[in-house]
Design a protein around this ligand. Structure first.
Ligand SMILES: Nc1ncnc2c1ncn2[C@@H]1O[C@H](COP(=O)(O)OP(=O)(O)O)[C@@H](O)[C@H]1O
Ligand SMILES: N[C@@H](CCC(=O)OP(=O)(O)O)C(=O)O
Length: 369
């Protein structure tokens, strides 16, 4: 049976696949991918491109190609120089195959603030309706250092959820997820199919392959996991492979590593809690509470709380850990850390009437694997 062409694909391409050793953008690499995007469009598939490379592209223009600064604030400034060059290369390459690109720069804040989130979604939808290929990158120049994505893999997965894509393709300089980091094990072989991203698999994925890439295979796998939880199929594959996008779209075996979507798509709010917002503290609960939360889907009450770590305010995200310290869930706290410390271990009947009875409400709680 011929597989149905996906209707919307998010394609993320890493710095290491778009730039040469000195960091300069390789027009040929961009042109190759633009031609493949055009091929998908001919099959009726709409495409969003998420492209890295702004920082690398900025370095040569500032005479810094051979001595990449380590200071994050300086790199953010460098990205402002490089982003223009990067997007121009995409516009040229898309134009050469009869397509129009539209630059969209996103910061983590855009996924945390509901109205920003809805605006971003509306603009991306309109661009797609207009036949434009959105060319997305993180807004490196202005994103708050502490909450920057830092690599575009997670950004691409959140964009795939935002636009309700049916496929996320993460293109890199390796054939996919290998059984070991290829820099340290020449025998490493391709894992073609992943049903569930678990801890064992995560332990295989190492850091970046060059000082141009940033997240390495670990961040690609984390992104594929977000996609799987969003109900989106993910493929990690080699950007240089001929016909990589068509093969990924057609689910050709061996194109790279395919991560299958979970049967149940997590609601947008829960996905946001699990992956987009950073935990500001950890609440350690007793075994009874851990069991009730994991098996009965109930809310966390103060009686089950043993210890509170960190400093957070009501509505911040917190990690929930069992008595062994293992984090098993994440949620939004209804109390700030100070009040929660005072309430820990108290039965609901002992709480003052004005205090919300839940520590984390079941609607704001996500179980992690
Ligand atoms: N298990 C693994 N399988 C494949 N690649 C791995 C693995 N562990 C670490 N890597 C490294 O991850 C690199 C890709 O990530 P990265 O350098 O961040 O690229 P990109 O710029 O495409 O995001 C590969 O070049 C490889 O060296
Ligand atoms: N937003 C950054 C991306 C950072 C980065 O290097 O990402 P990646 O190569 O995808 O691991 C940039 O454009 O330089």
């Amino acid at each position: 049976m011929t597989p149905v062409a996906p209707s919307l694909v998010v394609v993320k391409v890493g710095t290491s696949s778009l730039t040469d050793e000195r960091g300069a953008i390789e027009p040929g690499a961009v042109a190759k991918l633009a031609a493949e995007v055009a091929g998908l469009r001919t099959d009726g598939t709409r495409v969003v491109v998420v492209t890295s490379g702004a920082i690398a592209a900025g370095l040569p223009h500032l005479g810094l190609a051979d001595r990449r600064p380590s200071d994050v604030a300086v790199l953010q400034a460098v990205s402002a120089v490089g982003q223009g060059h990067l997007v121009l290369e995409w516009y040229r390459a898309l134009d050469a195959v009869g397509l129009v690109g539209g630059q969209v720069l996103l910061a983590p804040h855009d996924f945390m603030d509901r109205s920003q989130y809805l605006h971003a979604r509306q603009t991306l939808r309109l661009l797609l309706e207009l036949g434009v290929v959105p060319v997305v990158n993180e807004n490196d120049a202005i994103a708050d250092d502490e909450i920057r994505f830092g690599d575009n893999d997670r950004l691409a997965a959140l964009v795939a959820h935002l636009v309700a894509a049916d496929l996320l393709v993460l293109l890199t300089d390796a054939p996919g997820l290998l059984t070991a980091d290829p820099r340290f094990d020449s025998e490493a072989s391709l894992i073609e199919e992943v049903a569930e991203v678990d801890h064992e698999l995560e332990s295989l994925a190492g850091g970046a392959g060059s000082d141009r890439g940033s997240g390495g295979m670990a961040s690609k796998l984390a992104a594929a996991k977000i996609a799987a939880w969003s109900g989106v199929r993910a493929v990690i594959a080699d950007a240089g492979r001929p016909g990589v996008l068509a093969d990924a779209a057609a689910d050709v075996a061996g194109v790279g590593t395919v991560v299958r979507p979970r049967a149940r798509r997590l609601a947008a709010r829960k996905l946001w809690i699990a992956f987009a917002v950073a935990a500001r503290g950890t609440v350690v609960v007793d075994e009874g509470a851990r069991r009730a939360l994991t098996t009965r889907g109930v809310s966390l009450l103060p009686a089950g709380v043993v210890t509170v770590h960190g400093s957070f305010v009501a509505d911040d995200a917190v990690a929930l850990a069992g008595p062994d310290g293992k984090v098993f869930a994440k949620g939004l706290a209804r109390h700030d850390a100070g009040r929660l410390r005072a309430l820990a271990g108290r039965r609901s009947s002992e709480l003052p009437a004005e205090v919300p009875p839940e520590v984390v409400h079941r609607d704001d709680l996500v179980l992690l694997p």
